[in-house]
Write a protein that binds this ligand. Structure first.
Ligand SMILES: Cc1cn([C@H]2C[C@H](O)[C@@H](COP(=O)(O)OP(=O)(O)OP(=O)(O)O)O2)c(=O)[nH]c1=O
Length: 195
């Protein structure tokens, strides 16, 4: 029986799958992500998701492997995870009072089959004061997150509205993923299993 392997070190992706799936194993990929600047945002997240999935599938090709990647694109600029405080400040200042797009790419691999797709969500930030930005950076939350914020945490207060899938912003479009996984023979937790 094929098992699902999540090729990710992201605690958010793990949580989102746990909410929905019977069982899976986590084997994070160890690749150095290669970003090709000539790619569109959709192509870029798909390429990074595929790199992560292929890395783990290379060693576990008897199972189903899922890789994902999330980026924030603001006015044509790709914002990944900030390298430090200054980058986090700059990213949050640039997102203030504007609408940006969060892209999450997903790659699911099984022997002879590949499913590759991306989901985009528009997120609008309130106008942020310097004091608000400083408070948020000091919380430490921006540092392991694309775009320097987490919509699921303290960062919720920065967000005025979203158009699209909330869970995709958090790192995994989980309802689409659950449906795609069914065609690989990986099924979601049923009502009875919960009782
Ligand atoms: C925009 C946003 C991103 N994020 C996170 C999701 C991802 O974990 C991270 C983007 O980095 P990724 O490079 O997509 O993922 P990762 O390095 O955390 O994990 P791995 O490569 O091992 O799968 O940003 C949030 O948690 N909340 C948000 O609102």
């Amino acid at each position: 029986m094929k098992r699902l392997i999540l090729a990710s070190s992201s605690p958010r992706r793990k949580e989102l799958l746990s909410m929905n799936l019977l069982s899976y194993e986590v084997i994070p990929s160890t690749i150095q992500e290669v970003m090709d600047p000539s790619l569109s945002p959709e192509e870029l997240v798909c390429s990074l998701a595929r790199q992560k999935a292929e890395d783990v599938f290379g060693l576990h090709s008897e199972h189903v492997v899922l890789g994902a990647d999330t980026i924030v694109v603001n006015n044509g600029t790709v914002l990944g995870k900030p390298a430090g405080r200054e980058e986090a400040f700059a990213a949050l200042r640039s997102l203030s009072g504007r609408t940006h797009t969060v892209y999450t790419g997903v790659c699911i691999l099984s022997e002879g089959v590949e499913r590759l797709f991306s989901v985009s969500t528009d997120v609008t930030f309130w106008e942020l004061s310097e004091a608000e930005i400083e408070y948020y950076v000091n919380s430490g939350e921006p540092f392991d997150k694309a775009g320097s914020y987490g919509i699921q945490g303290l960062g919720a207060r920065l967000v005025q509205s979203i158009a699209g899938d909330f869970y995709s912003v958090v790192g995994l479009p989980v309802s689409r993923v659950v449906r795609e996984l069914e065609s690989f023979g990986i099924s979601a937790v049923s009502q009875e299993d919960d009782i």
